[in-house]
Design a protein around this ligand. Structure first.
Ligand SMILES: CC(C)(COP(=O)(O)OP(=O)(O)OC[C@H]1O[C@@H](n2cnc3c(N)ncnc32)[C@H](O)[C@@H]1OP(=O)(O)O)[C@@H](O)C(=O)NCCC(=O)NCCS
Length: 273
């Protein structure tokens, strides 16, 4: 049994699952699929060809499947599907464009933007006001805090952490038609306020300190700080308040990670079997 609020519009070609709640003013255009147990809050617009997995929450005043530039040629919507996996929790004011895939258990803060051709794994988090500019590849369990700007052609691999106000740039000689995206390898951490210049490659397990202006590639396991960013040692030298080694963080931190309750090596071994 679904619950439909006032002034809700549902196109006849769309399929709504069981036990779905649509609050007042929700608009659902053609060829939309909404899985079971979803909650779509006030005035959200779900444009054509959007699929939302079961058990998902979409906050008020969001737009899913936003039109691409080809809409403006003749004001007709073209087919640019947006697929959102199950168990999404997308807070109010989100704008997600078509031609993107978002894995399961996605969580977003308020007013995020995800542009077209973004491919995102599962269990990704994206903080309030963050902006993924499109044509990006985001792995599983990537965590981005608030106000992160992810330029086109950025690749963030599995388990990368990105803290507030980080900017991943892409145009080496602006304005130009050249886009050279940043690549961040698994488990790397990019701290608050860092600017990463176009095409830079950040190695696995690296740690980029707060406020770094990162102009060059970073070897794996290195700490880089400053402007311009310079390597100041190995991440293994960083200790917490108790004097314990902190990095690589996967051996000391498990909140929200698939190895919670065991340890990283046991988890990996269990996946091999
Ligand atoms: C990378 C980081 C962990 C380094 O910490 P650390 O190993 O304890 O570094 P130290 O304090 O021993 O500093 C070593 C040297 O690098 C310098 N340094 C450390 N971090 C720096 C930074 N972010 N920018 C510029 N220089 C820095 C220190 O001034 C010191 O220089 P000195 O030897 O000339 O005195 C820390 O700078 C950092 O960025 N922490 C993360 C903060 C953050 O963004 N958190 C997430 C959001 S809350």
């Amino acid at each position: 049994m679904s619950e439909i609020g006032k002034n809700v519009s549902i196109a006849s070609t769309s399929i709504i699952g069981n036990n779905v709640i649509l609050r007042d003013g929700v608009i659902i255009e053609d060829n939309v699929t909404i899985g079971d147990n979803c909650y779509i809050d006030y005035n959200t617009i779900i444009k054509q060809n959007v699929s939302i997995g079961s058990d998902s929450f979409i906050g008020a005043n969001s737009i899913l499947g936003e039109v691409l530039m080809d809409f403006f040629d003749d004001y007709t919507e073209k087919s640019h599907p947006l697929v959102i996996g199950e168990h999404a929790l997308i807070r109010s004011g989100a704008i997600l464009y078509g031609d993107s895939q978002i894995g399961s258990h996605f969580q977003a803060g308020h007013r995020v933007t995800i542009r077209e051709k973004t491919k995102m794994g599962s269990h990704v988090t994206l903080g309030t006001l963050s902006d993924i500019q499109g044509d990006c590849i985001i792995g599983d369990y990537v965590h981005m805090h608030s106000n992160v700007h992810v330029g086109m052609k950025t690749t963030l691999k599995d388990y990368v952490w990105v803290f507030p106000y980080v900017v991943f740039t892409n145009d080496p000689t602006p304005p130009s038609e050249t886009l050279s995206g940043v690549t961040v390898e698994k488990f790397a951490v990019v701290c608050t306020g860092t600017v990463v210049l176009p095409g830079v490659h950040i190695g696995q397990d690296a740690l980029i300190g707060a406020g770094t202006n990162l102009t060059k590639d970073v070897p794996e396991m290195s700490i880089v700080v400053g402007n311009p960013g310079k390597v100041i040692g190995s991440v293994t030298k960083i200790k917490n308040e108790k004097g314990e080694q902190v990095y690589p963080w996967r051996y000391s931190f498990d909140r929200g990670m698939p190895w919670k309750g065991c340890d990283y090596d046991t988890y990996i071994a269990s996946k091999m079997n």
